[in-house]
Write a protein that binds this ligand. Structure first.
Ligand code: GLC
Length: 478
């Protein structure tokens, strides 16, 4: 009996030292394989109680953000609201916010119909992401010039541009806003603190376009919400789960305590910039990912949830396991898992979705990375870690959505359609189901009131709808 107590005591001490090590990254006693997996399971697991805590912390950060106090949620007024379906006109829509940008011609018929007649997509090379702001905006402007030439848009007619810019921007009106900080790997110089509409206008001028006016500057979440609500009136929250993550919702003006201007509107969409939320159960691996990112200390939720980071989280965990001789006992693996940031969310998805008996797809993937002497046990462990990483991401995303829904409707009485855009939500196998499960664990059968719906490529169209509503307020005919 006594020896059982001693054993229990030792296990407890061992576990406690593990938990402590999660924060110090200094495990003195080398744990065994089984114990280490249990440790990973524990630190990546988000319990229902933790989700409830996240919701509570979200609410206090929202209060602070809305009143202009210090908060990890910037809660930025967007100067616009949801669509009413009657918005009408032809616009050039520019959608810039991640690894590529799109230029489109959008035609709205005023009865809920959207016609996109031309779409050009450009990949943004590292040279532009990390060069000067002028180079970056010149590149964007050249894409606009091409679509105008291709569609014989005369340089005499006055045209309006709807500009989706998916970075933290402090808007000063519907067509002006200063970049607060670069995120998602961008570092282009001379842009932070500047009005991005002015920068775009200057680039358009440099390239000889004088007849294009930016009618609306829009965050992608705002565009997504507006586009979805054009046809789905019960959509009240717009979310992006892609390279980055963020959300917006329609807020009562009286709650936006930091709003100083007079307005006859009752509600306005608020861009939360939730990627920066930081009251989170952070592991040593998250600290590691954050420290090597382009913006240490910022975007902590984004770095645990979004597509830009899931591959990197997997890599740092596996790298640690290799260091501890717990996986891939071959030199070749050290090289494969040493390159930051060489692993993508697609890789994590491929590993997790491999249901072949011997995990052949994982084998092919690892072989391509140059890993030799791969055992089935190592492949299974890799799959297990991928699942931990994606499941945590989905639970954190679901908790964040739950926080916004409860903010709007504390007793969850009404149906809320959440319009969600982004490749993580769209393409990661089982991601939506994991989010639905997390919502079920929070709200039981009442979770049916929260409907997660894809809102593909909505942001550009949403920006055009906003530009149209600005034009109709100003009585401009298109
Ligand atoms: C980042 C940006 C945010 C954007 C999100 C999704 O979090 O800060 O503005 O909405 O990515 O693209």
């Amino acid at each position: 009996m006594k020896s059982r107590f001693v054993a229990l005591g030792l296990i407890l001490i061992f576990n406690l030292s593990f938990i402590a090590s999660a924060f110090t990254y200094d495990i003195k006693t080398q744990p065994g394989y089984e114990e280490f997996i249990k440790y990973l399971d524990k630190i990546f697991f988000v319990s229902t109680d933790e989700m409830k805590n996240i919701i509570k912390d979200f609410h206090s950060e929202m209060v602070n953000g809305l009143s202009g106090s210090n908060s990890s949620l910037k809660m930025i007024p967007s100067f616009t609201d949801r669509a009413n379906g009657t918005e009408k006109g032809k616009f050039i829509a520019l959608d810039f916010g991640g690894t590529n940008f799109r230029v489109m011609l959008v035609d709205l018929d005023g009865k809920g119909g959207v016609f996109v007649s031309s779409v050009d997509k450009y990949v943004i090379d590292k040279q532009y992401m990390e060069g000067t702001g002028e180079q970056l905006f010149d590149f964007i402007a050249s894409g606009i010039k091409k679509i105008m030439e291709k569609n014989n848009i005369s340089s005499h007619n006055q045209l309006e541009l709807a500009f989706t810019f998916s970075f933290p921007v402090e808007q000063t009106n519907i067509a002006a806003g200063r970049l607060l900080i670069w995120v998602k790997g961008f570092t282009a110089s001379g842009v932070v603190g500047k009005d991005v509409v002015v920068m775009l206008n200057e680039a358009l001028k440099r390239i000889g376009i004088k007849n294009l006016k930016v009618a609306a500057l829009v965050n992608d979440t705002v565009g997504t919400l507006v586009a979805k609500s054009y046809t789905e009136p019960s959509c009240d929250i717009g979310v992006v789960l892609g390279t980055g993550t963020n959300a917006c919702y329609s807020e009562k003006m009286v709650n936006i305590k930091k709003w100083r201007e007079i307005s006859d509107k009752e509600t306005m969409i608020v861009n939360m910039e939730w990627g920066n939320f930081n009251k989170l159960p952070i592991t040593v691996y998250d600290k590691n990912v954050d420290a090597t990112s382009s913006n240490p200390g910022a975007q902590r939720l984004e770095k645990m949830v979004s597509g830009m980071f899931l591959g990197e989280i997997l890599r740092v965990v596996v790298h640690d396991l290799i260091d501890r001789n717990l996986i891939f006992q071959d030199e070749s693996a050290i090289n494969a898992f040493s390159n930051h940031p060489d692993f993508t969310t697609q890789d994590v998805a491929l590993i997790e979705a491999d249901n072949t008996d011997n995990l052949e797809n994982v084998e092919v993937f690892l072989a391509k990375k140059g890993v030799k002497n791969i055992t089935l046990e190592s492949k299974k462990l890799l799959k297990h870690i991928s699942k931990l990483v994606s499941c945590r991401s989905a639970k954190l995303a679901a908790s964040s959505i739950a926080a916004v829904v409860l903010w709007i409707d504390p007793e969850l009485k009404n149906k809320h359609v959440i319009g969600i855009d982004g490749s993580l939500f769209e393409k990661y196998p089982g991601y939506k189901e994991m989010m639905d499960d997390a919502l079920k664990s929070l709200f039981k059968e009442n979770s049916e009131h929260i409907v997660l719906e894809q809102a593909k490529d909505g942001s550009g169209v949403g920006a055009a709808i906003i530009a149209a509503s600005v034009a109709s307020t100003n009585n401009i005919k298109h």
